[in-house]
Design a protein around this ligand. Structure first.
Ligand SMILES: *Cc1c(COP(=O)(O)O)cnc(C)c1O
Length: 375
């Protein structure tokens, strides 16, 4: 660990609102010097950030990428990286006196907004594309008491509507989609953690791209850490979209985006220019991966690395594997794949990994028989 620990000289301890016996500073406290916080910003926290960076030795060996690391963002409180941005956006909304927050979502933003809004006592309204949300995400938002509306359109239509909702001033309501600049500010902290855990920047940072906020946030984070002299070099940013929802690869919006990786089923990314800048400034790329490639990576990462991520997350792995097979990735490269969300969120897709359950009588011979063991 090269990170700042509580009590360590130089640790950014903030204003003393942190109990001295706290095991870890909260995300906003920890990176206070790099975040747009003021003395009036309340430090909300559900324990976000400080997610594991796992060296996937067995998976990396199978794929010929021995230095493959996984940043498992499914370990955030609501099971996705969205919590890093939401804690920042909700803190600023509270500072500004907001009573209500609204978002459009492919699922995880709404789960996160619902949780942080509940903890902060805010009214939460979420607008979702009907029928295209993984079951776990919808239940998270509903369980936390958010007002959930499904529109008969895709994510892009939902985002257009909530932008208009937030602009009217009859009922002041803060938009917490990634077009809210505080979202990206919070999300950039994941890049800091990656650099702290590796004690350097990776050669390649691979990441799924939907609305393109996260790739933009990581790039902001790496540049800020570099400018502060904490890393000597910057990574190349490799973004991956699903073939049926690849506007940044095609160079134009996709009217009817389609992919089973619903978190990246977006046809007109809000952070288009920022993502293209991240790609170009870093000497990186944004490419597409097929449905089967995503599914195979989704299966292999849990079978070879024990990490159960959601389908969209596996786009980063699918892309790295594809480029390695194409001879476009050096075997000794230090690669970090961001696994953006938890596999438990999408039980319907997870069912495709499962064989029918075998039952047996509660006796040793019956269980041996069912296992096909004879000795
Ligand atoms: C939101 C999300 C993405 C896409 O991130 P963008 O910032 O929209 O590009 C990818 N995976 C998961 C699990 C997500 O929740």
């Amino acid at each position: 660990m090269t990170g700042l620990e509580p009590g360590q000289p130089g640790a950014e301890r903030g204003r003393g609102s942190l109990p001295s016996n706290a095991p870890r500073p909260r995300l906003l406290e920890r990176y206070r010097a790099f975040l747009p916080l003021t003395d009036a910003t309340p430090i909300v926290s559900l324990g976000e950030g400080a997610t594991p960076l796992v060296h996937a030795e067995r998976l990396g060996a199978a794929w010929g990428i021995p230095n493959l690391h996984l940043k498992f963002e499914g370990m955030n409180p609501t099971g996705s990286f969205k919590d890093r941005g939401m804690v920042m956006a909700v803190a600023k909304a509270l500072e500004e006196g907001a009573r209500s927050i609204v978002c459009a979502s492919t699922g995880n933003t709404s789960a996160s907004a619902a949780a942080y809004g509940a903890a902060a006592g805010l009214e939460v309204v979420v607008v979702l594309p009907a029928g295209k949300i993984a079951a776990g995400k919808l239940l998270q938002a509903q369980a936390a008491g958010a007002r959930v509306l499904a529109v008969e359109g895709n994510f892009d239509a939902a985002l257009r509507i909530v932008r208009e909702l937030a602009e009217q001033d009859e009922h002041p309501i803060t938009l917490v989609n990634s077009v809210n600049p505080f979202r990206l500010e919070g999300q950039k902290t994941a890049a800091f953690e990656v650099c702290e855990d590796l004690a350097r920047a990776p050669d390649i940072l691979a990441i799924p791209v939907g609305n393109a906020g996260n790739i933009s946030a990581y790039w902001m984070g790496f540049r800020a850490w570099h400018a502060a002299g904490r890393i000597g070099a910057l990574p190349r940013m490799w973004g991956f979209q699903a073939e049926g929802a690849a506007p940044l690869v095609l160079g134009h919006p996709v009217e009817h985006p389609e992919t089973f990786a619903t978190a990246i089923r977006i046809g007109n990314p809000a952070s288009w220019e920022k993502a293209v800048a991240a790609r170009d400034e870093s000497g990186g790329l944004i490419e597409a991966v097929g449905e089967d490639e995503i599914f195979d990576a989704y299966r292999d990462v849990v079978r070879f690395a024990g990490i159960f991520c959601e389908p969209a997350s596996a786009a980063s792995l699918a892309g790295v594997r594809k480029l390695r097979l194409a001879g476009r990735l050096d075997a000794d490269a230090l690669v970090v794949c961001v696994l953006t969300g938890h596999g438990l969120k999408d039980p319907d897709t997870a069912g495709r990994l499962a064989d029918p359950l075998v039952t047996a009588a509660p006796t040793l011979p019956a269980v041996m028989e069912a296992l096909g063991w004879h000795f």
